[in-house]
Ligand binder design. Sequence first.
Ligand code: AMP
Length: 425
Amino acid sequence: MAFDALGLDPKILDALDAQGYTSPTPIQAQSIPILLEGIDLLGTAQTGTGKTAAFTIPIVQHLLEQPKTNRRKIKALVVTPTRELALQVGDNAKRYSKNTGLRTAIIFGGVGQNPQVDLLRKGVDILVATPGRLLDLQGQGHIDLRELTHFVLDEADQMLDMGFIHDIRKLLKIIPAKRQSLFFSATMPKSIQELSSQILKSNYQSVRIAVDKPTAERVTQKVYYVSKSEKPSMLIHLLQEMEGSVLVFGRTKHGCDKVVRILDKKGITAAAIHGNKSQNARQKALKGFKAGDVRVLVATDIAARGIDISGLEYVVNYELPNVAETYVHRIGRTGRADASGSSISLCSADERDYLKDIEKLIRADIPLDEDHPFTEGAAEEWAIPENRKPKKQGQRGPRPGRGGGQRGGAPKQGGSRGGRAPRRR
Ligand code: AMP
């Protein structure tokens, strides 16, 4: 199928052509016809599938079909959980509506509101916003949602994880009941399904893009057993062997800053993005990374969720996530669209259960690479049973030498995958 079979406005087709898109991605091919019909949509898909264009293109088409006299009133609202995602979705909307005269504005917290208020005053057709600032400006009378015809909730699972449920409920009371609603989530647990039923009309249609498996398949994965204390050395060792940009994931804000300091000392340009950084610092880091001035971006999951870095080849899981789905989101930062990528995980003894959960979710074993200089330290760490207990976030591991020595011992080599201990070299 080609885009021009969808009956889209030539201006949109030109914009897609300018992007170099030749054919719709699966989520686009399935969603665009449903959305053009005006039907509500429940999409199970994550970023990397082309979902932003899947919902933006039909919205732009519908807005172009509305009378021109209706311009500059907010008719489409996209709500995203993070500022980075808002910027990205807004950027997509601007690109796909290029030369149409439609205006897109992006608003989020953490920065002064005045430039955003100025933009809103000039009139906006498509508004992309994070929930807090949206309600704040609406409360102050800067945002009028009465003319809204399209409502998109993006990354709904992340939205609930971040505690935005009350904001969403408030928002639903403000927006017109007569609207087309689009609801996207990477995962669909019960709580998300319940929320979707409050937003979508009963005749909604579902599109499910099982991206987990293809992403996992497209991305070359590898795991190294490394002791906690030797992870910095291992990361430096890996960075010396890799070429190009690397996105490193940490679990905590503090941990990310620490990695940046260690890399800085070794002369490796690195920057961190996480919730404690100001919006300007985050944008600067992301921009530097995309431009190639910063080689290593160290991020927490929330800060990196949804960000699209084209051509990114390596993702390093410096710390494994304690929620298996997060791993799939992380490795989805590389291997986007048709590109391939590599994901490298450093697994310490206390993270072995996380690794098992991940392998269960992706229904595959992540190949273990024991060819590295830090296998001995890993074997020593693993030999102490106490070290193998998952730590709660922020909890410190036992100090070296404590915890019962070889008691219980390391499981024998060659046992079942997931129970295999690191080999001493
Ligand atoms: P998204 O899932 O919306 O974050 O999109 C993932 C990436 O795919 C972005 O870099 C888009 O620019 C790109 N993309 C979206 N639609 C297409 C398409 N039809 N052909 C090629 N690339 C696309």
